[in-house]
Write a protein that binds this ligand. Structure first.
Ligand SMILES: Cc1ncc(COP(=O)(O)O)c(C=O)c1O
Length: 477
């Protein structure tokens, strides 16, 4: 096909018409252009401008499913009308469960998203908190094995969590943190072979390898199966931060034998800012054995930080001080669950339930490849026109090594003006200073026309910055 044809509105429209997930866009409240500009949330809602913004930022905060408002209204009515009775009362006209069961209600569907058994998943706390709780149970440093391997460019919260866990156990982060750095500055990718070689290098001293499923900055999707297998074969615990992977790419946490994982629900899982997180504990770590008798039970289980919500539901309100963990990940819960948060998660999962992660991935591969093709065309055009490329893509070019997101690294100094022009055109993407723009077509609600529109405006923005930047013009021609 003629490459230029890819850029036509007609091509993008045809792709949208043929998209098996096209109707899902209607299940989301995508901000309109007027919504984004208005200085308030609705006092003076501009009903004349219903044009939608181009929202390509699901890697940061997913948009709101329309079901969320409906379920929140039910949640608010339930609380207002039933008060404390809603803890246990089944209600006939709401999708929502009694408060006591809301965590149970979302676990099975969440497990589908991450490729786990229902018992291996709990919806609880928030991401960094879950990493801490899980490390409390899984990071057992000894004099010989006390190190944790993380990326040198890990998300700061993961870095802080690991650093503080090491200190908390009486070790020194200078001795006990091992950083995985890209082998060369020019290439930010970490090949599987390289990662395994770094694990080998430190294996005898490593207690834990904690990596992201998808790297937040570059968008690299690590080979979780191979890394987990290698880590575990050396007697090291394998933990994963799945903030950018959950709801983005198919995962098989159970089959990959991952020891533990944690994720948030506000990115590709569309459950609202700061919403409740998810955690995975492989079934081999969640077992509970009664080593006493039926009348006088004594339980054996993996040590953890305990709270009443991790103890068996049947005895929870008996106010006994005998902790009897729920088998599986639910036994790692601590506090009673935020019903507001799980209401949002319920709404999101009810959208995911109408399709599958494999259908989502099929569209994701196609729509992100389309974004890549258009950006490549733009690069060719810039080279011919300016004698210089104003950006390059730092995300792996191999589709198996990335999710929805492409990270575009701009020439130094261009970020502010480019972002200003994008925002002025109601395009929502996010920036990582000093010069990266992250663009993520979310398969459930983004269209090929969104992608085309972004690249069209990005092209104009590049032309504008080039025309204004004397240094670039000297560098080019
Ligand atoms: C990779 C990664 N890890 C950790 C976090 C922190 O998440 P939270 O604030 O929910 O603990 C984020 C937040 O965006 C993230 O992207």
């Amino acid at each position: 096909m003629d490459q230029e044809q890819l850029f036509t509105e007609e091509y993008a429209r045809t792709q949208d018409e043929q998209d098996p997930l096209k109707d899902f866009r209607d299940h989301f409240a995508i901000p309109t252009k007027a919504d984004l500009i208005r200085p308030n949330i609705g006092g003076k809602k501009d009903e004349t401008n219903k044009e939608l913004s181009t929202y390509l930022c699901g890697n940061s905060l997913g948009v709101q499913p329309t079901l969320t408002r409906k379920y929140f209204e039910e949640y608010l009515s339930t609380w207002a009308q039933k008060g404390v009775f809603a803890h246990f009362k089944e209600l006939s006209d709401t999708r929502l469960s009694p408060y006591i069961d809301v965590d149970e209600d979302v676990r099975g569907d969440m497990a589908q998203i991450v490729g786990a058994k229902k018992e291996e998943v709990a919806v609880m706390n928030t991401l960094t908190v879950n990493l801490h709780f899980l490390m409390c149970s899984f990071y057992k440093p000894t004099k010989d094995r006390h190190k944790i391997l993380i990326e040198g460019r890990a998300f700061p919260s993961d870095h802080f969590a690991v650093e503080s866990q090491i200190r908390f156990h009486g070790f020194d982060p200078n001795d006990s943190m091992v950083f995985l750095e890209p082998p060369s500055d020019a290439d930010s990718m970490l090949s599987t072979e390289y990662i395994l070689s770094v694990i080998d290098q430190h294996a005898s001293e490593l207690a834990l390898v904690l990596l992201p499923g998808i790297q937040y900055y570059t968008g690299q999707f690590f080979d979780m199966a191979a890394i987990t297998a290698h880590t575990r074969s050396q007697g090291i615990i394998s933990g994963w931060d799945l903030a950018h992977a959950a709801g983005n790419v198919p995962l098989h946490l159970h089959d990959w034998n991952v020891d533990f994982a944690a994720w948030c629900t506000y990115k590709y899982l569309n459950s609202g800012p700061g919403s409740i997180g998810g955690s995975f504990v492989h079934e081999r770590h969640g077992q509970v054995k009664n080593v006493g008798t039926e009348d006088d039970p004594a339980f054996e289980y993996r040590p953890r930080l305990q709270g009443w919500w991790g103890s068996q539901k049947s005895s929870r309100f008996a106010m006994s001080n005998n902790f009897e963990p729920i088998p599986g990940a639910a036994g790692f819960q601590v506090s009673n669950i935020s019903v507001a948060d799980t209401t949002a998660v319920r709404a999101s999962l009810d959208v995911f339930n109408q399709t599958s992660m494999s259908a989502i991935r099929a569209k994701s591969l196609k729509i992100t490849a389309y974004l890549e093709q258009l950006l490549d065309l733009l690069l060719k055009e810039q080279e011919a026109k300016f004698g210089i490329k104003l950006f390059h893509i730092i995300t792996p070019r191999n589709p198996d090594e990335r999710g929805a997101q492409l990270s575009v690294k701009l020439e130094r100094g261009l970020l502010d003006l480019i972002m200003e022009i994008l925002e002025h055109n109601s395009i929502v993407v996010d920036e990582r200073r000093p010069d990266v723009v992250r663009v993520a077509p979310a398969p459930l609600y983004n269209s090929y026309q969104d992608v085309r529109h972004f690249v069209k405006v990005f092209r104009e923005a590049c032309e504008e910055v080039y025309s204004k930047d004397q240094d670039l013009r000297v560098k080019g021609r």
